[in-house]
Design a protein around this ligand. Sequence first.
Ligand code: S3P
Length: 436
Amino acid sequence: MTQVRLKKHSAPLSGTLSFPGDKSLSHRAIIFGSLSEGISSFKNVLSGEDCVCTREAFEAMGVDIKSSSDGTEVVIIGKGLHGLKEPKKELYLGNSGTSMRILSGVLAGQPFKTTLTGDPSLSSRPMKRVTSYLRQMGAVIEGRDDGNFAPLTIKGGKLKPIDVSLAVSSAQVKSAILLAGLYANGTTSVTEPVLSRDHTELFLRYFGANIKQEGLKVSIAGGQTLNAKSFEIPGDISSAAFFMAIAILLKDSAIKFQNILFNETRIGIVKVLERMGAPLMSAGHDKLGRPEMMADFSLMTQKLRGTEVMREELPSLIDEIPILCVLATQAQGKTVIHDADELRVKETDRIDSMITALSLMGAKIKSEKNTILIEGPTPLKGAVVDSRKDHRTAMSLIVAGLIAEGEQTVKDVDCINTSFPTFFKLLDQLKISYQL
Ligand code: S3P
């Protein structure tokens, strides 16, 4: 297990950074390319372990996928919605909740039986939130604790449409139901309490399906086909967020960010940073030839003030809460992140992982039930902290180490490869030192 040691960075930082393709979009590109009629090709696909799992799953179901040696350029010969084959063995999905939940929706519509497995973290993440709806549609699903935990065995087939309201907004659950809806004999609808990331809806339209959006309700009729598309995937804003924090927190910094995904349902962090006193300097955005908006912007060192993040805002920055906790330790006053319950069931319990590690570093951070309270600014001191094999906890604690007095050791950083294989390369590009 690799650990990283680092110290406070004090030289000025500048440069222009580009990021691997957005993780959510890369999963969906592989899924949609595989289920389309025709040949799709994508550039800047994330080659992190999570997306490799999705890719290998479709290959195991007979899809021909070719890629460049670094895995970022991908050509997929689509099989159409009804061309997948029964895999010869179970599909291992590593650490990837997105793969397991969205694939469950696709498999619910297949006339064969598949077993999905994952690593210990994925095997302990709740799946009933997906399997309960897919069962209502007619799929036969087995799993530990009545289908709540992997391994999941899914026997799909002809599905019935459903019209459901989710208790918790979740793009993974919504996506699974919508994709299963393509295999249903009628119209399937999902309503969310707050709109979660809408990439699946945008991809469905872009790949030629008809969907209807009425407020928070999205509906899709079964029996449609998807048509192949080709485009470049914008950089992952959830990965860029760690370097946005570096630009803001490290003194004398001015960093440019290039080709970043700028979808309204994903830019909660941008809005929160603006409230905290760190607005982006935008250099424009466009959508040309892509289902999604892409932007260039810059950020520089700023003094921050505390802010309040309400429940309704959370889906738009759900993956950025760990790095927001680090930013908040340096903000003047109180930061309150309300009702972050969903963080308890990510790759690890991120409320607990961040409070434990940042408290060891001297931060004033606690939780009341699932609300996170942080008081700043507090000088941080280096410590030996544990990522708990969670990529976003690991990267957040590395950024915290760069502003801490003394040496910081972050344990178990291999997990960073799941979503951000070039993370250390970008630290090198900024001439930030660390020891692996
Ligand atoms: C994702 C949705 C989010 C997010 C995850 C990726 C997606 O999860 O945390 O990293 O690609 O649909 P939930 O839908 O469970 O909130």
